[in-house]
Ligand binder design. Sequence first.
Ligand code: AMP
Ligand code: MG
Length: 504
Amino acid sequence: MQLFHHYATELSDICSPVQPFPLSRPRVAMLNDDLINELGLQRNEFENDKILQSLFSDKGELQDKSIAQKYGGHQFGQWNPNLGDGRGLLLGEIKNSDGQLIDLHLKGAGPTPYSRHADGRAVLRSTIREYLAGEALHALGIPSSRSLCLISSHEPVVREQRERGAMMIRTCPSHIRFGHFEYYYHSKQTSQLDALFAFCFTHHFQDCASSHAAMLLKIVRSTALMIAKWQAYGFNHGVMNTDNMSIHGITFDYGPYAFLDDFIPNYVCNRSDHSGRYAFDQQPSIGLWNLNALAHAFTPFVEIEELKEILSTYEPCLVNEYQSLVRARLGLSISSLNANSNNGGDGDDTNDDKLANEIDNLVHEWLNILKDEKADYHIPFRLLSERLLLIKDRNYNALSDDFIDANRVRQWCVNYHEVINIVMKIDDLSWEQIQSRMLAVNPKYVLRNHLAQAAIAAAEEDDFSLCEALLEALKQPFSEQQGMAQFAKAPDTSSKGISLSCSS
Ligand code: AMP
Ligand code: MG
């Protein structure tokens, strides 16, 4: 594998060389063949003996120039300058087929200068959760870090209880966080801040032509798009501290995350988040709060008025994306409306506005029904898609039977039928075509916490077959697959809406 060390060499001032510290009885327990192929890597490089040697032997290629990065971050709104890679190392970068750098990062690699007396380890439970989440979000079209391989061990690691330690190699365009910029700005290390920006312009934001404003605009946009997707697919990150925010707008640093079970908008997946700062419905506004914190680091380069203007693009970008995703999930996207909202439009504005209003009313009422009934967030979307042709024949009970307030749902179906007919005429579509579009955006399989927990329980006993089966389902979440029915169900009441601790 051709490994680069741009960060380690060009930013040697702001990182520390650290070698991975082996775990006892390590073993490659999961290997991501899809990702290995996508990145043009050789599978044999990641097979057990080869990878363990490469990571832990003196001459190992992957430990030769590994480094821990220094950063800070706003944690639950409080500035903390004492952060950094406390248990993860950048092993090096590779290039993907587009020539773009991709980090190989080892999580759970042992102590670093930034570990703050913690053990530098990750537990098997949290590495499995991160592995599963990366694949699940990616398959839903939500940008995410992804794992190449998971190394299990018998090393005891103490959290709330004794657990098994593990490591994971994950990939991302880079591990540069909002907190990197915040740290070098607030600590007044100007040459380091300059070097960090120069690094980004050279390797990651080439199209910004060294314009700080253009770079921030790009980060604002990608963050808005990512969070819109979280909201549309019911994903609660749980720890949106600025040290967990990627400058590439990809989901990473998974902790006590959860996909919703019941639609409870203010659901909080993180048991330690007592104020609900990172509740599901707070994520869009926290995204802006975090971008605001990041924007401070741009003040030496961009005028305040321009920064404000850049930040003001966040909300419309997020709202547009969210709106078009939820409309699509309900089969209500119209190409002309999308075009109009994107470029001012040349259609009949009054009719378009009226139709857009009707569509939005349907979307709101649908979400209100789910919320009022505390219905599952995912299954009704899928049911609607699967039963669309019954609705076409005005068999509204086919949907309303699954709800408590059946009359309300039937009324919704009456309005829906009318609007779908308009959509079909405008875009020259059949009910069948609308149905196949809906099935392609409404997942049958969702990474719910109870599913992850069952897979983890088996893996703790060295049986990774449930992890692998779950992964297979999640990799094609929109296609019904044989033998996967267990992964399509909502949990029993007792396993719903589990909130997890931050310990990982
Ligand atoms: P997280 O909550 O995982 O985003 O971590 C917050 C900070 O604590 C980061 O700087 C981590 O590197 C560090 N950290 C978390 N867990 C450990 C650990 N077990 N050992 C050392 N550092 C850790
Ligand atoms: Mg983190």
